[in-house]
Design a protein around this ligand. Structure first.
Ligand SMILES: Cc1cc2nc3c(=O)[nH]c(=O)nc-3n(C[C@H](O)[C@H](O)[C@H](O)COP(=O)(O)OP(=O)(O)OC[C@H]3O[C@@H](n4cnc5c(N)ncnc54)[C@H](O)[C@@H]3O)c2cc1C
Length: 376
């Protein structure tokens, strides 16, 4: 195998975590030789592309403004939460930015300084030999003093050195041409007949995305079943998908699912298990962990000191994500969800929601047809 020069830090993956890490570390320590190895294409990964307030706060704190051309149309102010199991629907206000995920990733990558060496390819193996980390990429061996796994839910770095995340789903997402007004701008669907997690619809730039998190076994059938049940509910047909995407999705369940690393080998973003178990919002955790590790590397002198400082920097984040595992358990319990939704706590009135129309008799519960005519 061909050997390459030695780097100070080798980063695997240039999603939000890897890209933000490279920018942050290079800004703090211009003297470090940083290598970024990324196996992604130009399309980015499957994603709802919603930038949550926590992620917006990170941008605010680091003084970065988002360019308009990463935004998608329309901007959305509420989520329709639909419980198909007990036929309840409630509207909750949300403060997300609707983005084009691929454009967002391209923009983050464009901010990485040119002094960071970039290699396109996938790390097939990684090993530690004394104080050196070696990474194999397409027949070339790269070596570094420190390695950072920013390689997402199916992380090679994590699988090589650490235990996996408590639970993983397969996420399937399809894009369709606009199927009609009965589908909410953004919905979160709980349907026990399909998954113990959730599905969602999001309107984006003239398309409707239907996605969800399904058990690995039978995931394709579960997605098709969800589609059929939603077609009936909304009184539409989704039609031929323009695009179909799938990937693994982590759903942390225990505090030990959030792994910062070991001396010399660190994890950030979803590779570290850092994603909200209740909403699958992971961009903010990717950025916070990336900045936390960049800070630790720039201030600490030893691999062990870096790990300890990185753990301190992400303590609040990890506790917050751990609390989300309880929120997930509550939201995904049909009985508790029914109680919460019935209480109306936190919901807002939506004159066009199916519940309102069911209550005032405009719509019959078995079909969305009357609803569609009522708003057209
Ligand atoms: C369907 C879906 C919808 C989602 N919607 C939202 C949302 O709306 N808002 C939100 O905040 N979060 C959302 N998330 C979560 C969010 O996408 C992730 O948490 C976030 O992308 C994690 O960033 P990351 O950089 O850690 O990992 P990733 O974004 O997964 O990036 C990992 C990178 O590493 C590369 N890579 C992987 N393996 C290797 C290898 N061996 N060698 C080299 N490179 C490698 C990949 O190609 C990729 O570029 C969603 C996730 C899914 C699956």
């Amino acid at each position: 195998m061909k050997m390459n020069d030695r780097y100070d830090v080798a980063v695997v993956g240039a999603g939000p975590a890897g890209a933000v890490f490279c920018e942050a570390l290079s800004a703090r320590r211009a003297d470090l030789r940083i290598l970024l190895i990324d196996g992604s294409g130009t399309d980015g990964k499957p994603c709802g592309g919603l930038l949550a307030p926590d992620a917006q706060q990170v941008f605010a704190e680091i003084g970065i403004a988002l360019p308009n051309d990463v935004l998608a149309n329309p901007q959305i102010f509420a989520v329709e939460t639909i419980d198909m199991t007990v036929n309840q629907q409630k509207t909750y206000q949300r403060h997300y930015l609707n983005m084009d995920r691929a454009a967002f990733e391209r923009w983050l990558k464009s901010r990485i300084p040119t002094r960071v060496t970039r290699v396109a390819g996938r790390v097939s193996a990684i090993r530690q030999e004394g104080d050196t980390i070696q990474l194999d990429v397409d027949g070339v061996c790269y070596s570094a003093s420190l390695a950072v796994g920013a390689d997402g839910a199916h992380s090679t770095v994590r699988r090589t050195f650490f235990e996996g995340v408590g639970k993983q789903y397969v996420s399937i997402q399809e894009w369709y041409r606009e199927p009609g007004a009965t589908v909410p701008h953004y919905s979160c669907i709980f349907d026990a007949a399909v998954t113990d997690s959730c599905s969602w619809t999001i309107r984006k730039d003239g398309y409707l995305l239907l996605g969800g998190a399904y058990e690995k076994r039978g995931c394709a059938q579960a997605f098709e079943l969800q589609k059929k049940r939603l077609e009936k509910r909304f009184g539409i047909t989704f039609g031929e998908p323009i695009k179909r995407e799938a990937c693994l999705l982590n759903s942390p369940r225990r505090m030990r699912d959030f792994v910062c690393g070991i001396p010399r080998i660190y994890l950030i973003g979803e590779a570290a298990g850092m994603i909200s178990a209740s909403s699958f919002e992971g961009i903010s955790a990717a950025m916070i962990s990336a900045i936390g590790l960049a800070d630790a590397i720039s201030t600490e002198k030893t691999p062990r000191g870096i790990l300890a400082q990185y753990q301190r920097n992400t303590r609040a984040l990890r506790i917050k994500l751990w609390l989300k595992t309880y929120k997930r358990a509550i939201l995904c319990s049909p009985r508790l969800r029914k109680l919460i939704m019935r209480s109306g706590i936190g919901s807002i009135r939506n004159a066009h929601s199916m519940d309102s129309l069911l209550e005032d008799g405009t719509m019959d519960a078995s079909s969305g047809a009357n609803y569609r005519s009522s708003i057209s």
